[in-house]
Design a protein around this ligand. Structure first.
Ligand code: ATP
Length: 376
């Protein structure tokens, strides 16, 4: 089931939670709605479900205008962060609840309902636990029961609101992998809300990054990660270092450098912000395009060494990660001088609209800009 969203807005009193959003969701897609708290993810999900009436716009399920349809008519399966299982019902009764509540004419026979329930229990890898009660399950198991319950009605769309948010990190990771597998097996169009970038990157086919009721960027996980469309997206997907730079006729000069790093062609001359993640930096030798600084602190994080580096040119402190041990077997210590060059970076102009705006002919496009480049 593909979903088409056109110009939907939602207001709560004077506050606008969704500002005229457009979104196309392909049939069978696993889509993440990612953004900080209050960005409108849940409101959008609830609007798709039919739980939140919208003020403007249209929502189509396939060719059918679903804007005014009820939750039941839309046939969506919904899973919330806090598994709302019925405590007094067994696992099997929980799973088959939606089927048992159907009007008599649409309700399968009792034996068929039981068969489907057991099949779903196997699908969520809880076979044999049908007689247990929710209090006799772990958090992860309960959440899988909630998913099986959502699947029981053979939904046209599966909507998940931070489904693993309440679970500990290890269980979350396991369930992510499992959900990805389940999605492959069932092929349901699935939309899930998360504020966890790692979860979105690991699970989704595409990510919708939301900010204050707007869509900042829509793209595949690679597009969003490798070519963040706006500083906001870059910021939200990592902890960038923002370096002052300048575009001149022969390339991009980092502050204090006497030679340019390579970047895209056709850039307008003038100041730019160079965004680079900690892992984007390379330690270099005598290189006129590099930036130079003093190692302030070192911290080992497994195979990487995290360094705080104070730049000589403007005293800015960068957080970078280098392999540990260094390929040259160098052990970095506070007080060492270091020369660095970003191997990957994105460029943004400091404009109020914060559009990706460097490559002139792409600045109006909503697609990921080509401004994230490889240097050297
Ligand atoms: P979180 O990650 O914290 O769940 P979210 O991105 O899902 O956040 P929403 O729950 O969609 O955000 O909320 C978007 C905005 O709309 C927030 O500012 C919120 O306060 C507001 N909002 C949501 N529901 C209501 C409501 N029923 N009445 C008034 N304001 C609301």
């Amino acid at each position: 089931m593909n979903i088409t969203i056109r110009g939907i807005s939602k207001r709560f009193g004077d506050f606008t939670a969704l500002h005229g959003l457009d979104l196309d969701i392909a049939s069978g897609e696993l889509l993440a709605l990612l953004g900080p708290s209050g960005s409108g993810k849940t409101t959008l999900l609830r609007a798709i479900a039919g739980l939140e009436p919208i003020d403007d716009g249209r929502i189509l399920f396939g060719d059918t205008d679903a804007t005014r349809l009820s939750v039941q008519e839309r046939r969506v399966g919904f899973v919330f962060q806090h598994y709302a299982l019925f405590k007094h019902m067994t696992v099997l009764d929980n799973i088959t609840f939606g089927l048992r509540m159907r009007p008599r004419a649409q309700r399968p026979a009792g034996a068929e309902i039981r068969r489907r329930g057991l099949e779903l229990l196997d699908l969520v890898q809880l076979g044999g636990l049908e007689g247990r009660y929710p209090t006799q399950l772990s958090g992860g198991q309960r959440q899988r029961v909630a998913l099986a319950r959502a699947l029981a009605i053979q939904p046209r769309v599966l909507l998940l609101d931070e489904p693993f948010g309440a679970l500990d990190a290890k269980v979350r990771k396991d369930l992510r992998r499992w959900l990805r597998q389940l999605h492959r097996e069932t092929g349901y169009t699935t939309i899930f809300v998360t504020h966890d970038q790692e979860e979105a990157l690991e699970l989704a086919d595409r990510i919708v990054v939301m900010n204050r009721g707007h869509i900042e960027q829509i793209g595949s996980t690679d597009e969003v990660y490798d070519s963040p469309g706006t500083p906001f997206v870059f910021d939200f997907l990592g902890s960038p270092n923002v370096l002052p730079g300048e575009v001149r006729a022969d390339g991009i000069y980092l502050l204090g450098a006497t030679a340019p790093i390579e970047g895209p062609n056709g850039l307008q001359p003038g100041p730019v912000d160079v965004y680079a993640r900690p892992s984007d930096f390379r330690v270099v030798g005598d290189d006129a395009a590099a930036i130079e600084g003093l190692v302030l602190e070192t911290q080992r994080t497994g195979v990487l060494m995290r360094l705080s580096v104070k730049l000589s040119a403007n005293q800015q402190v960068l957080e970078i990660e280098v392999p540990n041990p260094d390929p040259e077997m160098k052990v970095w210590l506070p007080g060492d001088h270091i020369r660095l060059r970003p191997a990957h970076f994105s460029l943004y102009r400091d404009r109020p609209a914060q559009q990706p705006n460097i490559v002139e002919d792409r600045s109006a496009s909503h697609a990921a800009p080509d401004s994230r480049v490889r240097g050297q």
